[in-house]
Design a protein around this ligand. Sequence first.
Ligand SMILES: C[S@@+](CC[C@H](N)C(=O)[O-])C[C@H]1O[C@@H](n2cnc3c(N)ncnc32)[C@H](O)[C@@H]1O
Length: 270
Amino acid sequence: MPRLNTNEFRHLQETWDTLGAEDPLWAVLSAPGTRGNRWDREEFFATGRAEIESLFDDLATRGVAVQLGRALDFGCGAGRLSQALAARFDRVDGVDIAPSMVAAARRFNRHGERCTYHVNERADLSLFDDGVFDLIYSRITLQHIPTEFTKRYLVEFARVLRAGGVAVIHIPTGMTPLRGVVFRMAMTRRRLARRLGAVRRSASVAPQVSSSRDQPLPQRKHEMYFLPQRTVTQLLEQHGLVIAAVEEGVNDGVHDVLYIVAKPLGRTGT
Ligand SMILES: C[S@@+](CC[C@H](N)C(=O)[O-])C[C@H]1O[C@@H](n2cnc3c(N)ncnc32)[C@H](O)[C@@H]1O
């Protein structure tokens, strides 16, 4: 594996920690009218229950059986999906890079010690032993993680999944052309603002009088990353997982792919 870009990883953590400290539910699901800590908490967690119910319906339709022992919610945010999983599994581990998100998830936990939240500040899952999870679920998370880290997590998913276990992993492959243009313009604006911020900071080594006309720097925003379907399937298969199904769709101008993968019985580790 190539060396880890620690600056990039720290930036990812700082971004999500800031978002989680300001408005954790909106940072996870930015539905209209919910910005500024205006999500109704019950409604927010109801979206998680509906999503997990539809996941289990889908798995049943496909004839994919899941043991209800231990589940991993990777990129758990405020625990929207961990809480819904905890209603079905004996034990759930929610993992997130942002301490503020994990703090929010712990505040909202209704399942006591059966649902445990972890801050993971590493591009691996070394906090877990091999082959411990019956289900790994990761939704609207890997799209925000630079692909060099996502590839490491995919290998780790293969390691921590129990033989006979199932992983359901969401990673988009790209954007529609129109959404791509809008997104690239926003990214360019954001990068320029970051550079301008750095220039201002270095210029402010000498004391300065600030003007009320100074524009505040833009808020931190999460970024988007994509992986081709071939790259994902090859990596998962190389590490002993079998693709049971691949679901594709376009949501909000993004080409979404959901990988439903299984670890055959008789396999341990990767
Ligand atoms: C859009 S939110 C989704 C939360 C949750 N999956 C849900 O659907 O409710 C993305 C989450 O991924 C987390 N995240 C980003 N990079 C991560 C990483 N390297 N490891 C674990 N979590 C990460 C963020 O802190 C954030 O809470």
